[in-house]
Design a protein around this ligand. Sequence first.
Ligand SMILES: [Fe+2]
Ligand SMILES: [Fe+2]
Length: 366
Amino acid sequence: MSEFKIETDTQEPNLDTAMKVIYQWNYEPEVEELRRLYCKATEAQWVAEREIDWERPIDKDLFAAEPLGSAVPIEKTSYWKSLGEEMQWNVGRRTAAFRLSNFLHGEQGALMVAAQLVNAVPHTDAKFYAATQTMDEARHVEVFAKYINKLDEVRPIAQPLKDVLDETLRTDDWLKKLVGMQIVVEGLALYSFREMRNLTHEPLLKDLLTYVARDESRHHAYGVQYVSRCVPELSDAKRIELEDFALEASRTLIDSRNQKTFFTEALKIWSELGVDVGALMQSLQKERDELTRDQRPGRRLGPITGFVIPTLRRCGLLSERVASHYHDFLKENLGTNLVGEDVAQFMELLPDLPEDTGRWVMGELN
Ligand SMILES: [Fe+2]
Ligand SMILES: [Fe+2]
């Protein structure tokens, strides 16, 4: 426990936000699906200290079986295999702590936005629901921080994520907060948690991701249900503003330059540990064809194409106009073979949202 101070060394400078607060005098259920979701959320509350066995040490062997999470399978190169077990464990745990730190910081952002939503949304049912989400997000911050402490230390937030969180916190428009947080950030989180949960065999990590992902699928449902109720009521101008807000947030999060910064950060951590990054890259270059030969030809759509954009479509926020902007920037980042030649092809490539995100996130549905 650190010493109590009013101002701490770890806090950020103030972020000015402009939020309108709305009282609502009608306490009767009004948006039934949100009231139901709220009831479901109150029943699904869990206690991180009690439900998860934190005494367990991290299972190093099972942990090591997990890929490092880079686009190319570094852990299969001969250079990587030549590193001793101890070095592999150190690189693995630090890389994981680095990735999980961004989940952790994202959870803090979600915690604060959810709390803002309690104030900002106009319907009582929506305020109730946002209150349960606030509690959920506090718990998510708690469990990610705990797990990271078992691995290594918390690393700083990636700038693009910080930018999107700032924008979402800053806007005075509750619908933009909903779209930025519940659709873009939560969509990305849900997709990534699912992926990590399916890949990892480390029992403690799998356990906590199971609990967290269950909550997240409710958060996503809140966004979808609430936003799709609101969109048909909006003027064209207002709808366009919302579409653009989502577009900007998505663009910031998956810009290839940002992905490169992410990789450079990881390399820095590895060379600090004494990995010869040059030799690793050389070995990767030489063996790349062989390593990727067995990879399934199936396309990995990624969180934005595979989940966020389909969610926006479900909510009525994917007009032809904005779809062509998505197509343009995705083509720039990923190439036409992943996103199609034109908007029409792109729209056809977009998957439908899973019928039941709760089951999908547990790997029970494709
Ligand atoms: Fe969360
Ligand atoms: Fe969430």
